[in-house]
Design a binder for this molecule. Structure first.
Ligand code: PFF
Length: 459
């Protein structure tokens, strides 16, 4: 695993890199967002579209970012500016994304922590009251802040223990535990009456559900889930050794992330189907509340097992959220450390202060400052942060990155770097992807998200 103290860090091997990248990729995006998007867009049709996108577009961009990092040996800002000062702004924009995501990610992390603890302290019935529990909690002026802080403290302690002593050990424990728990819950859920029908809804493609919105949503989800366009994979690539294959690593990261998203859907979509009775009902009710409101009311029907299943489920989501929040925080620490030229300890101090304050401000959007509805009635400051980072900034960074590599430094610079450690027979197709297809797709996402937000069409 990488160490950032002293000289430039490097991974101890290919698997250390893959585990760290997978730990960053697998997070709330997989557990919380992917299942409701799959439910909303007709299950199998969404799955198939997502699969195709991950192994064409997603893996191509992963390869681009890691190779750029390894070639320059720098994190995002340094990587771009090493080709000329005038490109520094792309790295700066990329680095801005984790600054926006981390505070609100920790708020949702706090919700998950609260739910995990509540299954132990209050039992399954307390959480299954049709939404009152959730609403009372996020609108509380004290409790919601306390749980956000508890989650943040867990993250800061692990990051504070260092890359080897904290992050590596945490990933090594939490990632396998997460997979085992996910398989257990998915199998258990499938034993519920009606769940198999739900699983079929999830797995069977219904091509009448295919639409431009589906593709755009799948693309946006893929960016977020693979932690693309935020400088993180550039930094991780910069820790890679020259002899480790980039192509096989990025394909494995894609497989891992996709596998966990698939499992998350297999846990959640059939359960939602049991609760709602039909695919149509699931599709029309699918949204962020699926995990925090619908699922607890499904778990409560498991009688004797209710609290156990609820606890294990939220613990596994907590692990996914923690490993991602750790990687986001580590990215912020390295940006501050490089930018301010200070010690790791001081950088962590600055990051802690920023994340706590920004988190508190965004959280206030659900309680003391809930009168602020930045994107229209019913929206929150968290929605604004999510919209700005995922729907505006990330597509812009991805577009600039593709133009930078495709048209300015030229694809050959990256292809040569990839070929240092492995064959790259798809180099021709990759070039077409980066120069033509990816920029067009990214512009489509950007325009569609912004247009949908401002009500030109619904998504
Ligand atoms: N990929 C994470 C998820 O799907 O939840 C989110 C994320 C984590 C983005 C870490 C960026 C990052 F650095």
């Amino acid at each position: 695993m990488a160490s950032t103290e002293g000289a430039r860090a490097s991974w101890s091997g290919k698997w250390a890199f893959i585990l760290a990248a997978a730990a960053s990729a697998v997070g709330l995006g997989n557990m919380w967002r992917f299942p409701y998007l799959a439910a909303k867009y007709g299950g199998g049709t969404f799955l198939l579209t997502y699969l195709v996108l991950v192994f064409t577009f997603g893996v191509s961009l992963l390869l681009l970012e890691t190779a750029l990092g390894r070639k320059t040996g720098q994190s995002a800002i340094g990587a771009f500016s090493s080709f000329g000062k005038k490109y520094t702004f792309i790295g700066v924009l990329a680095s801005a994304v984790p600054f926006i995501i981390t505070p609100y990610y920790c708020i949702i992390g706090g919700w998950v922590t609260k739910y995990t603890a509540s299954y132990v302290a209050a039992g399954a019935d307390a959480l299954a009251d049709g939404g009152g529990f959730f609403t009372n909690f996020i609108t509380s002026n004290v409790e919601s802040y306390v749980w956000m802080l508890i989650f943040m403290v867990l993250v800061f302690v692990i990051v504070g223990l260092g890359v080897k002593g904290g992050i590596e050990k945490a990933n090594l424990f939490m990632m396998p535990a997460l997979i085992v728990m996910a398989i257990f819950i998915a199998l258990y859920t499938l034993t519920m009456p009606g769940a198999v029908e739900g699983a079929l809804y999830y797995l069977t493609p219904d091509f009448s559900k295919f639409s431009p919105e589906l593709v755009i949503s799948a693309l946006g989800q893929m960016f977020y889930s693979l932690s693309l366009a935020m400088g993180i994979m550039i930094t991780y690539g910069s820790y890679m050794r020259k002899q480790d294959s980039l192509t096989s690593s990025v394909v494995r990261i894609g497989c891992f992330d996709l596998g966990v998203s698939f499992l998350a859907g297999l846990m959640i979509v059939p359960a939602a189907f049991v609760a709602m009775g039909s695919g149509e009902a699931v599709a029309s009710n699918a949204g962020p509340s699926l995990m925090f409101i619908t699922l607890p009311s499904v778990f409560v029907d498991m009688q004797g097992m209710a609290a156990v299943i609820g606890f294990v489920f939220f613990l596994l989501v907590l692990f996914a959220a923690l490993t991602s929040a750790i990687s986001l925080t580590e990215t912020l620490v390295s940006i501050v450390q490089d930018g301010v030229k200070c010690s790791r300890k001081k950088a962590l101090g600055i990051v802690v202060a920023f994340v706590v304050i920004a988190g508190a401000v965004i959280n206030a959007g659900y309680n003391v400052a809930s009168f602020i509805e930045p994107l229209g009635a019913g929206t929150s400051l968290l929605d604004l942060a999510d919209f700005f980072s995922n729907s505006v900034l990330m597509p812009i960074v991805a577009l600039l990155t593709c133009i930078f590599v495709g048209w300015i430094i030229k694809p050959k610079a990256i292809i040569d770097e990839v070929r240092v450690s492995s064959k790259f027979s798809a180099a021709g197709a990759w070039t077409v992807m980066i120069k033509y297809i990816a920029p067009v797709l990214v512009i489509v996402i950007l325009v569609a998200y912004v247009a949908a937000q401002f009500g030109f069409f619904s998504m």
